[in-house]
Design a binder for this molecule. Structure first.
Ligand code: ZN
Length: 359
């Protein structure tokens, strides 16, 4: 007796929905059957009128098998490619007339799932030498030229020189068959940060009108505007830039010291729960003994203020009646009872200190 719960072709158990629909084959076998019919010579002869389109679809199927695409996707891709090749037959005399623009238009307006078909079909056609896909590097190179164009005028010459020197290095590395030649995207990222510095200088220090006038303190100030995690990397890149600028006689001195990199982890680990408890106890203990230290620690530990935010607190920002400190660009800090006691103790100590010195 035939088991109604098993696929009549491969014998695997059928899902409930298939059984409910009174179907006798699993999805896989259905796909395979559909695909077999689709690429059978008699079917191909009936849907295509040119030999090259039949050839392409057959080869495309083999290509999909080779890249290991699963059956259901392969069926979908072949279905779609069939339609594309029927259009191609109508529009072109030979497959080599198929081009990227034409393909893009055929794919336009189609459902999103088409995108997967599009990628594999384009790769296949490129492998067959039929279409040429745009080189990713061409796009980056265009971007680099635009970056230099957008660089402030008095700073652009060095950017051009930097770019050319790095491109030459890349060329040499490629011709020497180096495993990891300098990437164009790296050159682009470097230029990006240098141009950011040039724009920042113009905005913050309008008296600095060229690379030659940049001082060490400008560099430090600029580095502080960056995210701490990439500050060190940018510092090194800037040193390389200034060294090159001096060699090329764009500047007369290098406005920064090449001190060795600090071996700090790029990201600080958060305190574990035991350390947090210890800090909380220390703050608690310091209310009377070291109220200033305790209060400053509390601003970091409990209220999450940065050093810069703490530095910019003025006396007028402290509102004792409302028990809060107004902080620029963020909600006010609402003081805890311990904070108020620390503040009170600190102000008492200050008064005492002042009295002592006046004696
Ligand atoms: Zn089956």
């Amino acid at each position: 007796m035939i088991d109604m719960r098993k696929c009549i072709i491969c014998g695997t158990s059928l899902s409930e929905s298939i059984i409910k629909n009174k179907q006798r084959k699993c999805y896989n076998c259905c796909d395979q059957e559909h695909l077999n019919v689709l690429i059978s010579p008699s079917n191909l002869d009936s849907i295509f009128c040119k030999k090259w389109s039949i050839n392409l679809l057959t080869k495309y199927n083999k290509y999909l098998i080779d890249i290991g695409l699963k059956l259901s996707s392969r069926r979908r891709n072949i279905d779609m490619a069939k339609k594309i090749f029927i259009f191609a037959e109508n529009d072109f005399l030979n497959p080599y007339e198929i081009n990227l623009d034409w393909l893009q238009k055929k794919f336009e307006g189609g459902p999103k799932t088409l995108n997967n078909v599009k990628i594999s079909l384009l790769c296949f056609l490129e492998e067959q030498g039929i279409v040429k896909l745009p080189d990713k590097n061409d796009a980056i190179m265009t971007g680099i030229l635009k970056q230099i164009e957008r660089c402030p005028k008095d700073f652009a010459r060095l950017m051009e020189i930097y770019c050319n020197v790095r491109l030459d290095l890349r060329k040499r590395q490629i011709s020497n068959n180096e495993v990891k030649p300098l990437k164009l995207i790296t050159i682009s990222c470097d230029l990006n940060i240098f141009i950011k510095l040039a724009k920042w200088i113009i905005q913050e220090h309008s008296e600095v009108s060229s690379w030659d006038l940049i001082q060490e303190e400008h560099i430090h100030e600029f580095l502080l505007t960056l995210n701490p995690t990439n500050r060190e990397l940018v510092r090194k890149d800037l040193y390389v830039l200034f060294k090159m600028a001096k060699q090329k006689k764009i500047i007369t001195y290098i406005p920064m010291i090449n001190y060795p990199s600090r071996e700090l982890p790029s990201v600080m680990e958060p305190l574990n729960i035991n350390d947090q408890k210890r800090v909380a106890i220390l703050i608690q203990k310091s209310i009377h003994l070291n109220p200033l230290g305790g209060f400053l620690s509390s601003l970091c530990f409990y209220h999450g203020l940065s050093t810069k935010q703490i530095q910019s607190i003025n006396l007028s920002d402290i509102d004792i009646v409302a028990k809060k400190i107004n902080i620029k660009d963020r909600p006010p800090v609402y003081l805890l009872t311990e904070d108020l006691i620390s503040l009170e103790n600190y102000s008492k100590m200050r008064t005492q200190m002042r009295n002592n010195t006046s004696i």
